[in-house]
Design a protein around this ligand. Structure first.
Ligand code: ADP
Ligand code: MG
Length: 724
């Protein structure tokens, strides 16, 4: 019988491209059909009930019990009319995925019949048995009482025949157990702080919303090949594999034409997403073979993140229907590009003004400059925390690996804005200027064509791109709530400080514009070292960054330290985003997840080496031995089987190496497992256990190059990347 690799390859060759049906040629005909959005709420609710819900959502106020009852009834009617039988609270625990617990609407009645029920209480709150979600010691298992509570700011939606209600997930003592609670708190803090600062310029602003557009990169691989690779289906990445002769050298994949099976998948996936109100707009090939990207139009941040989490689910589900597997791992294949999730972020007022969009008049420019410079200052002050927010075992493969933004946080502005800030920094703005006209000369004009002019520096982790900042260092499988909570928190905190600094000068009787400019000038000077326009992948930058005093923390266990420093504690307390206990719990959960993932990878490496790779190498070695012995038995000269003997020896060398190194790795694992302190344990896994991965892989990949292709049992990179 042929080995699993060849059976998988045969399967792939029989694949056909399925016909994809779209509900209508016009997307507007079906966009949002499966969402209980404002329009549907209006249709299903009384006028009064609708109005009070809208007001509560806009003001972020709690929804009264009788109103919840109305909404529940309306949701139920809508969902049942669309064939739903169950409902679930949909939430984002710290496992990184989404979670659901389905309950049926159906309830038996006393007379032996049944009715469909859904009460306001069931909408508002649910108690999943939460004892097995990570809580970092906040919730001991004996008090397993986490509960989920409705988040009315994100609309309910229908997945298959289940009504999904976006919720937050908190412990019964009120501590956050999910990604959404701290995000909502951070957004709230930003709203308050930004509105206060807006009032220097425009008293009519009542609310500031952060917006987010997430570009999502991913790989596709045929499911038959995927299932023939235990490393892929257990860890999401290939732990072995010699690089394909052709990979991304020719750069012929990027923006190239999309293969037909992939195109069918994309259409199907987009239809599902659009039905759920996810405004997917773009799709294209990425740089690496079999790598793709999709991006929706930006939305209010909480919704954008719910949508991205949902999108990852949809991608996974739809791909399986097309006999594909989606790889959201940050680095599925060593040697070619990994995947990220670019987070495009801006702040927009209820009056529709993007605070990061330069204006036409100097007055507007001052408002833009205020939010622009404060964002830079915030990132400068808390770069370590932003770095921590994107740290994960997967992302460690990308950051600093010469293809993704480096682990050094810096900001790219483009030459025009760099010049502008330099000009302000060196201008003679000071208290001595009493004449308004003179003062305004101190504010250079920002040319209008800025957006098209912002240079495309792809190597920066945090780049200004015309009217938004783009955080590019986020991992492709991450929940963006983690970095977005930090970004919004630090900007909120910075804006509060800014207001304090400006008000202090105003109290001395200075003019407002002068006060604003003086503080901005000071911030520009103070935060200068975080700005970098050059090549972030270069060695020179590493040296320069070090000289500038910027941190370059390459690995997760140490990067995470920033979450629990005194400085961060103060920040989180002042903004109300995390209590000390919550921050420490999260820190612990992240460290735990880090070492557990490495533990799994180490075990998979051990199993595959011993059970799959060594047997394949020995099988080939036996063939060679048989062959050489046959030649010898024929009485032929030793020179006729010299090559065979050479290969037999090479095989023995590599087999010996991987076998002994796996044993040593297991010993290191045993030692690491005994360590009690979770940070120390994570570091031991990172520095001791993980250090065996690369050398073992090197020798396995050598074996792959030597062993008879017909014996090699694992689909090769060329097959994973190019056969579909
Ligand atoms: P770029 O090519 O500069 O990355 P795109 O126009 O392709 O920009 O947008 C990338 C993502 O950024 C999209 O999701 C888009 O909706 C989003 N985006 C555009 N403007 C904003 C903004 N003001 N705030 C947040 N996201 C934005
Ligand atoms: Mg972009």
């Amino acid at each position: 019988m042929p080995n699993i690799r060849f059976r998988a390859l045969e399967t792939v060759l029989t694949r056909t491209t399925p016909d994809v049906k779209v509900p209508s040629q016009k997307i507007s005909d079906y966009y949002g059909t499966n969402v209980f959005d404002m329009q549907k709420m209006k249709d299903y609710l009384s006028k009064d009930a609708y109005q009070s819900i809208i007001t509560a959502i806009e003001k972020g106020e709690p929804i009264q019990r009788d109103m919840a009852e109305h909404v529940a009834t309306a949701m139920k009617s809508w969902a049942i009319s669309k064939g739903a039988t169950h409902y679930t609270h949909w939430f984002q625990p710290l496992t990184g995925t989404t979670a659901e617990k389905h309950d049926a609407f159906f309830e038996p009645t006393a007379d032996g019949g049944a009715i469909e029920v859904f009460s306001g209480d069931a909408l508002a709150q649910q108690e999943p048995d939460a004892s097995s979600f990570p809580s970092g010691g906040i919730r001991n298992t004996f008090e397993a009482r986490g509960y989920t509570a409705w988040d009315p700011s994100s609309p309910a939606f229908l997945m298959a025949r289940t009504l999904c209600i976006p919720t937050v997930f908190v412990s019964y003592t009120g501590e956050a157990l999910d990604y959404k609670v701290p995000l909502l708190k951070a957004l709230n803090a930003l709203d308050k702080a930004a509105v206060d600062v807006c009032h220097y310029f425009d008293k009519s602003v009542e609310k500031v919303n952060a917006s987010l557009g997430i570009e999502q990169e991913y790989f596709l691989v045929d499911s038959a090949l995927f299932n023939a690779r235990p490393d892929l289906y257990l860890t999401g990445r290939t732990l072995f594999g010699h690089m394909s002769a052709k990979n991304q050298q020719l750069e012929d994949h990027y923006f190239g034409s999309i293969p037909s099976r992939v195109y069918a998948f994309m259409q199907d996936m987009e239809t599902e997403a659009l039905l759920l109100g996810i405004p997917l707009k773009t799709r294209h090939n990425e740089v690496a073979p079999s790598q793709f990207e999709c991006a929706p139009i930006y939305e209010e941040i909480n919704l954008a993140i719910d949508h991205n989490q949902l999108l990852m689910d949809i991608m996974d589900r739809v791909a399986k229907k097309h006999n594909f597997q989606v790889l959201l791992h940050e680095k599925p294949y060593a040697g070619i590009n990994g995947s990220g999730k670019h987070n495009n972020w801006s702040m927009i007022t209820n009056t529709g003004k993007n605070l990061l969009s330069p204006g036409k008049t100097p007055k507007n420019n001052l408002m833009f400059l205020t939010f622009f410079v404060n964002t830079i200052k915030a990132v400068y002050e808390h770069a370590d925390l932003l770095r921590a927010s994107i740290a994960s075992v997967n992302n460690d493969h990308r950051l600093g690996a010469n293809e993704a933004p480096p682990a050094i946080i810096s900001i790219f502005l483009g030459s025009q804005l760099t010049d502008l800030l330099d000009e302000i920094e060196t201008s003679r703005i000071s208290k001595k200027i009493k004449d308004d006209a003179l003062l305004w000369q101190g504010i250079p004009k920002i040319p209008q064509i800025l957006k098209d002019n912002t240079d495309r520096n792809r190597t920066s982790p945090f780049a200004f791109t015309g009217n938004k900042f783009e955080l590019r260092a986020v991992g492709s499988s991450a929940n963006s709530a983690s970095p977005m909570t930090v970004l919004n928190t630090i900007v909120a905190d910075q804006l509060k400080k800014f207001k304090y600094d400006v008000d202090k000068i105003l109290k001395k009787g200075e003019k407002k514009d002068l006060a604003l400019l003086m503080v901005l000038k000071k911030y520009i000077k103070e935060s200068k070292s975080i700005r970098f326009e050059g090549n972030g992948y270069s060695d020179e930058w590493e040296k320069e960054a070090e000289a500038r005093g910027l941190a370059n923390i390459r690995t997760t266990p140490k990067a995470l330290d920033a979450m629990v420093t005194e400085k961060s504690e103060i920040l989180f307390a002042e903004t109300g985003v995390y209590t000390r206990r919550e921050a420490h719990a999260r820190h612990e959960i992240l460290l735990e997840s880090f070492y557990k993932k490495l533990q799994i990878e180490a075990r998979v490496i051990g199993d595959m080496v011993v059970n799959i790779i060594i047997p394949a190498a020995l099988a080939y070695q036996s063939k060679l031995i048989e062959n050489a012995r046959g030649l010898k038995d024929l009485g032929l000269d030793a020179s006729t089987y010299k090559v065979q003997i050479d290969i037999i020896n090479q095989l023995a060398e590599h087999i010996n190496f991987i076998k002994t190194n796996v044993e040593q790795m297991v010993d290191e694992r045993k030692k690491a497992n005994k360590i009690e302190d979770v940070r120390e344990k994570a570091i031991a896994y990172d520095e001791k256990v993980k250090s065996f991965f690369q050398p073992i892989r090197y020798h396995v990949d050598k074996l792959e190059q030597i062993v008879d292709d017909s014996i090699w049992p694992l689909p090769k990179f060329r097959e994973l990347l190019f056969v579909k």
